[in-house]
Design a protein around this ligand. Structure first.
Ligand code: FE2
Ligand code: FE2
Length: 182
């Protein structure tokens, strides 16, 4: 099916800040979904944690590798603080991933992770992004946006593959040893 004109345009021009803010909204939606699950929805909770972990990691990576290095030229202190907050978020995600979905600590860990992210997003959208936006101008934001979208897609794909690779052997389509002789 031919790509629509809208999609072709989107490929050549993506505002970096709009892209990052859209990703923030996606993460917030996933938190809403997760918070609406009951303690017996074990499989759904597990899937949502996995989705959240991938969405947050891919977003964090493109900020750290592409956006923050550019932002550092504008505000070094805020940029360094943002890297530290990502590291706290990663720690909280690891802890959540190790928590059984029916554990009494599960929702408390979701809430703390969500609050940490809300704080981080507030700083990015309220102060950091507007400051960078003024300095960069539309053209640079568009270049950064395209670069980040591509990187985001690549990182998401490899994170999803890593999750599938970690699935129990019984759920894989064929045993690993078969690959060696392929
Ligand atoms: Fe962000
Ligand atoms: Fe961030």
């Amino acid at each position: 099916m031919p790509r629509s004109k809208k999609n072709q345009e989107a490929e050549v021009s993506i505002d970096a800040i709009e892209l990052l803010q859209d990703q923030h909204r996606e993460v917030e939606d996933l938190f809403d979904e997760l918070e609406n699950t009951g303690s017996r929805a074990l499989k759904t909770r597990l899937q949502l944690v996995q989705k959240l972990a991938i969405a947050i990691e891919a977003h964090s990576q493109i900020e750290e590798k592409i956006f923050y290095p550019a932002g550092r030229e504008v505000d070094e202190d805020m940029t360094l603080e943002a890297y530290e907050e990502h590291s706290v978020v990663r720690h909280l995600i690891e802890k959540l991933k190790q928590t059984e979905a029916d554990d009494e600590h599960f929702m408390a860990r979701v809430t703390v992770l969500k609050e940490m992210i809300e704080h981080h997003v507030e700083e990015e959208e309220g102060e950091y992004f507007p400051k960078l936006s003024k300095k960069f101008g539309k053209k640079r934001l568009a270049t950064l946006g395209v670069e980040m979208q591509e990187a985001y897609d690549d990182v998401t794909e490899s994170l999803q593959q890593a999750v599938q690779g970690r699935a129990p052997a019984a759920s894989r389509k064929k045993p690993v040893s078969a690959d060696l002789h392929a």
